[in-house]
Design a protein around this ligand. Structure first.
Ligand SMILES: [Zn+2]
Ligand SMILES: [Zn+2]
Length: 211
């Protein structure tokens, strides 16, 4: 089990990275990406701090992955900030997509895909052309375990299947109780319209790409 999107105290999460790590270890995870909310003001702070604990925990299981979630960044700045984040050492760049429960700027999904984000989180009512483009560019679309963001999981799965886009199941945890067990992640994916075989395949593909 692994998860490539959660939050620590370096943005609005409740736990320090060491506790996230400990809690997912108990849940049997092999890897966890911490991807705090970032914009131009704090991406270096987040990445720098996450790389410190990553280095300290090197060789331990679960593997810690240092990331960011670019959040409410104006769409025209997203491609550049993805590059800057990678330059600062981010191993995974998530973009906070156009969830229907927040006023995320229109054009964010497209910018994230064109900018080559690793994962477009909770893409809401993403358009068909954007899903097609995500498939071409290898951008993973997220099935979200988070309340509200998860309302459109079925839509995302439906279009991803149609156009062959890759999917990833993430908790987007902010609190300890948000962390997913493997069993719950599996059920969320089934509830979004995937078969058991498809969920297993998704996990295989995500593992190959990010681990
Ligand atoms: Zn988000
Ligand atoms: Zn998030």
């Amino acid at each position: 089990m692994f998860d490539f999107h959660c939050h620590s105290v370096f943005s609005d999460g409740e736990l320090i990275p060491a506790e996230i790590w400990r809690r997912v270890k108990v849940l049997g995870y092999t890897a966890i990406a911490i991807t705090d909310h970032a914009d131009h003001s704090n991406f270096e702070f987040i990445i720098g701090n996450l790389l410190k604990i990553k280095k300290a925990f090197e060789g331990l299981t679960p593997r810690l992955i240092a990331g960011v979630e670019l959040t409410h960044v104006p769409p025209e700045f997203i491609p550049e900030l993805i590059k800057e984040s990678r330059k600062a050492g981010a191993e995974i760049v998530v973009v906070h997509g156009e969830t229907i429960v927040e006023p995320v700027a229109e054009g964010t999904n497209l910018s994230a895909i064109l900018g080559g984000a690793d994962i477009l989180a909770h893409p809401g009512l993403i358009k068909e052309e954007e899903v097609k483009l995500a498939a071409e560019k290898g951008v993973f679309l997220e099935i979200s375990g988070r309340k509200g963001h998860s309302f459109t999981n079925g839509h995302v799965v439906n279009l991803a299947k149609k156009y062959g886009a890759n999917l990833v199941i993430n908790s987007d945890a902010h609190s300890p109780s948000d962390l997913l067990t493997k069993d719950l992640a599996f059920k969320i994916a089934l509830g979004a319209g995937l078969t058991s075989e498809e969920v297993k395949k998704i996990w295989e593909i995500a593992k190959k790409r990010f681990l």
